[in-house]
Design a protein around this ligand. Structure first.
Ligand SMILES: [Zn+2]
Length: 105
């Protein structure tokens, strides 16, 4: 199946569509759109910027947290998952989740 790119949504548009009104991790998106998590993260970086320029939208980033001690990686702006908890050294870190809030009617 080759499909014509003119009539299909771009991957980026699909991500925006999925994230509007929902929260997903990069893994969820990768699975859904059949691309790698790395690709999802690249698209998200661009989407975060373009949503930031749109006064009707807001890009939401739900911070990662340690599943062992509850340490929250607040203020962390990177889109990727931290590998280790700085407090208890656990590697059980939840993935950050993303969403887009739109105030458009
Ligand atoms: Zn911890």
């Amino acid at each position: 199946m080759s499909g014509s790119p003119d009539t299909e949504l771009t991957v980026r548009q699909q991500i925006v569509q999925v994230l509007t009104g929902a929260r997903c991790s990069a893994r969820d998106l990768a699975h859904r759109l059949r691309i790698s998590e790395r690709q999802v993260e690249e698209h998200l970086a661009h989407i975060a910027k373009s949503v930031g320029r749109d006064r009707h939208g807001r890009f939401l980033l739900e911070a990662s947290a340690c599943e062992e001690c509850g340490y929250a990686f607040r203020g962390r702006t990177r889109l990727t998952r931290p590998s280790r908890c700085p407090r208890c050294r656990s590697e059980a870190i939840s993935s950050p989740r993303f969403g887009i809030e739109s105030s458009k009617p």
